[in-house]
Design a protein around this ligand. Structure first.
Ligand SMILES: Nc1ncnc2c1ncn2[C@@H]1O[C@H](COP(=O)(O)OP(=O)(O)OP(=O)(O)O)[C@@H](O)[C@H]1O
Length: 785
């Protein structure tokens, strides 16, 4: 408590005082405050002061972090304080109450040891422009009031205090001491003896504080808004839930999902044990936590179950006439194929279902297998789904993964049914001849299970783990060749062959189907682009000389793309007519040239007919004799069967050399080299037998064989000509290569009936039983062959 006696008047201000260094912030004059004294140095200083006149000089240490500050570490202005009361604390420290009186300036350090003693002076505080100071006082008070009203940290007492202070300088000091300002800034205020200047400085601080408060308030409001909104949403959602519950409408996501599943499951026409299992899963789902990992597994499983077409579809009446119309409209030619398909449909219309029937379409790429499949679906009014099993090595791709696997999925069959959403779609299984097998199981046995009519009414996918009836699905498989299709699979299928097209057919298909489709794909019409007949022929012969339509289609697409650009960029006036001469500009140089490969230039060159996965083809077998040791070698990637036929041909010709008019020692003096061009493609089979024998005779006799003759037939050691396969494909290839005469085994004569007349037109077939007949056709009457 301030004792009137100890508060000295101005006259008694000491010139020499003990300094108590302050670490935190400066203490301004006119304040009554407690101070904790702990350090031994400060204790000594205070004790010393109490021994004399109770005065202390409170001076701020320049650097807050200084330990044991000395006289050099102090600011030069401090505050004179009188100790009013002292309380000793049990821990050895003390609490003193001080009353601060006036700011002083250090003149000189008298003693730098503890207690630090300095000589001081008390500069006059100049109160210059009284009117301005009055105005400043007023605005200080109003501004500060505004600040304090917005800041709960300023107590009522502080506010009262401020109003009660009468001296302007003191108001500034008081405000500085309560505002949240840096210690250096506060010290600057303490060091400002000019009152007006001090007030201006403080006014600036208040303004800053106001800014700070404004921002603080804004942030506060934003946070409040957010909290309010989320709280509001929460309450509304809870209310909505309650209202829905009250009205019996679905509640949360899970219940909603559960209800949906339940409703569909209830409507399924399934057997009791299947229903029981599905309901078990549903019950499990109902008890699950939406956050648990199992929740999604079960949810996806149930979703698959309810998306599957369990119920039997209504029977569809098959209209054969309509089916025929659709097949005819979608495809040019292929009469035999369409006929077979219509027969197939007719039989099943009689039987009233398609159980146990699988069609296998075999043929080279691009002959229309896929589009026939789509057309069948259209003709039967069924959905179409296609997947490829080419390169498939894992059984799970057909039968699914068990649900215990992470990311388990049903197999292709169930996936397909989920997509088409009907139990009786047409499923096309592409590339069945390229099925693989691996340690992950054999997909072909899984396929067998799907296709087997004895067991596919309860097909069990691993993922589904329930029997599902797939017997109403009409399966159509496609393959390029039959060789690699597993026998048990093939036995279950009805094989329909598509053999490839001759140029004339290609042109019709192009005009009627390929070009309109391509124009449509490229956003043009037939009024803008026209292909002339010669151009189409040139595409077929120079750029797309294969059995199917793939390359033809690509070539037409390429031309159309270029024309689209021409119409837009070069602003050419439509219609653009594509002529034969334009083709090199659009497509580059042709891949095939008339006469380049197919020309017979020397004896020893004979045209044979081959049949590969890519359809039929013509092959010129060449042979050359070099003087040297007796024997022969073979090149051109021949398989073992073909090598054997070369051996038979050699032995045959050698054995009969004499009777063929070949000089007796010709074979012993020559090494013969037989080559089949397109050396990169592996070839095999016995059907080149008669061609190889012919090439040897042509070589030995030095007689050329006409390039218009081609042949196919297996040769036996005794000179018999044995039947071969793929006559239709080979004939089509011969026709494409403008061959005129074809030598075929007599036993294949009946296959000619299968070949359409327009293909056979212009071709002469020479059915033969003996090699001697072949040689007679090629070289006329030889000695006595
Ligand atoms: N006879 C045809 N009539 C009409 N268009 C045909 C005919 N043959 C083939 N095409 C057309 O040729 C293109 C290639 O046919 P598609 O894709 O059906 O061949 P694919 O035999 O299935 O070949 P891949 O074995 O390579 O799948 C398609 O645009 C198809 O419409």
């Amino acid at each position: 408590m301030a004792d009137q006696n100890i508060v000295p008047s101005d006259q008694t201000l000491p010139n020499k005082i003990r300094v108590l260094p302050l670490m935190g912030k400066p203490i301004f004059p006119g304040i009554f405050t407690p101070l904790m004294i702990n350090s031994p140095e400060d204790l000594k200083t205070v004790e010393d002061a109490l021994q004399s006149d109770n005065s202390l000089g409170l001076v701020l240490v320049e650097n807050e972090e200084t330990e044991n500050p000395s006289s050099n570490d102090l600011f030069s202005v401090g505050t004179l304080a009188k100790i009013v009361k002292k309380i000793n604390l049990p821990d050895g420290g003390m609490n003193i109450f001080i009353s601060t009186i006036k700011r002083f300036k250090i003149k000189k350090v008298i003693q730098s040891e503890i207690p630090i003693t300095v000589a001081v002076e008390y500069p006059e505080e100049v109160l210059d422009d009284t009117l301005e100071v009055k105005a400043l006082t007023r605005s200080l008070i109003t501004e500060m009031k505004a600040v304090s009203e917005n800041n709960p940290l300023f107590s009522e007492e502080m506010r009262l205090n401020m109003v009660n202070i009468d001296q302007p300088g003191k108001i500034a000091d008081f405000i500085t001491s309560i505002l949240n300002i840096d210690r250096e800034e506060q010290q600057r205020v303490l060091e400002t003896f000019g009152i007006k200047k001090r007030m201006e400085r403080v006014l600036l601080f208040i303004k800053k504080e106001q800014e700070l408060l404004k921002i603080q308030k804004k942030i506060q409001n934003q946070i409040n808004d957010k909290i309010e909104k989320s709280q509001r949403d929460y309450f509304l959602r809870e209310q909505l839930k309650a209202i829905k519950q009250e009205l019996g409408i679905a509640v949360d996501g899970k219940t909603e999902e559960y209800n949906r599943f339940k409703e569909i499951v209830d409507s399924l026409e399934v057997e009791d044990d299947i229903r029981e299992q599905i309901e078990k899963e549903l019950d499990k789902f109902a008890l699950m936590e939406p956050n648990s990992s199992d929740y999604h597994v079960t949810r996806n499983y149930l979703d698959t179950i309810v998306s599957l077409p369990w119920n039997d579809p209504p029977p569809v009446e098959i209209d054969l006439k309509k089916a025929q119309r659709i097949l005819d409209a979608d495809h040019y030619g292929l009469e035999d194929v369409k006929e077979r398909i219509l027969e197939f449909i007719a039989v099943h219309k009689m039987k009233k279902d398609f159980r146990g029937s699988i069609i296998l379409l075999v043929g080279p790429p691009g002959v229309g297998k896929t589009s026939i499949g789509k057309s069948i679906a259209r003709a039967l009014g069924r959905k179409f789904f296609r997947f490829s099993v080419g390169g498939m090595r894992d059984e799970a791709e057909i039968k699914g993964h068990r649900r215990t696997y992470v990311g388990a999925m049903p197999g292709k069959i169930i996936q397909g049914l989920k997509i088409v959403k009907t139990k009786d779609p047409v499923f096309m299984i592409d590339e069945i001849d390229k099925l693989g097998a691996s340690f992950q199981g054999d997909p072909s046995s899984a396929l067998l299970e799907v296709l087997d009519s004895e067991q596919n009414n309860s097909f069990r996918d691993h993922y589904l783990d329930l029997p599902f009836d797939v017997s109403r699905v009409l399966f159509i498989a496609t393959a390029n060749s039959l060789d690699t299709i597993p026998r048990p699979l093939m036995d279950r299928m009805e094989i329909i062959r598509l053999s490839g097209y001759i140029t004339k057919e290609k042109l019709s298909i192009a005009k009627k189907y390929i070009i309109p489709k391509s124009l449509d794909r490229n956003g043009m019409t037939k009024d803008q682009v026209q292909f002339d007949y010669k151009a189409l022929t040139a595409i077929a012969e120079g750029y797309a000389r294969e059995a199917g339509m793939r390359n033809f289609e690509k070539a037409v697409d390429k031309v159309n793309r270029k024309i689209a650009k021409k119409l837009l960029v070069e602003e050419v006036q439509p219609p653009v007519t594509v002529t034969r001469e334009d083709l090199t500009t659009y497509l580059g140089q042709p891949y095939f040239r008339e006469d380049d490969a197919k020309t017979i230039i020397a004896p020893g060159m004979v045209t044979g007919l081959a049949w590969t996965n890519f359809g039929g083809d013509t092959l010129i077998i060449e042979s050359v004799a070099v003087p040297g040791k007796e024997g022969f070698k073979l090149t051109g990637q021949m398989g073992s069967v073909m090598q054997e036929s070369a051996n038979i041909a050699y032995t045959y010709v050698r054995y009969l050399a004499d009777s063929l008019g070949i000089a007796g020692d010709w074979f012993s003096k020559h090494t013969i080299h037989i080559h089949i061009p397109a050396g990169a493609t592996p070839k095999d089979g016995p059907s080149a037998g008669i061609t190889m024998a012919s090439t040897l005779v042509s070589l030995a006799l030095g007689k050329k064989v006409s390039k218009k003759i081609a042949m196919t037939g297996e040769l036996s050691l005794a000179g018999r000509v044995l039947p071969i396969g793929g006559l239709k494909e080979k004939t089509i290839a011969a026709k494409r290569a403008t061959i005129k005469d074809i030598i075929i085994p007599k036993a294949n004569e009946r296959d000619l009936d299968e070949i359409p007349d327009y293909v056979k037109k212009g071709l002469t077939f020479h059915p033969v039983e003996e090699m001697a007949e072949v040689l007679r056709i090629l070289f006329g009457e030889l000695k006595d062959a």
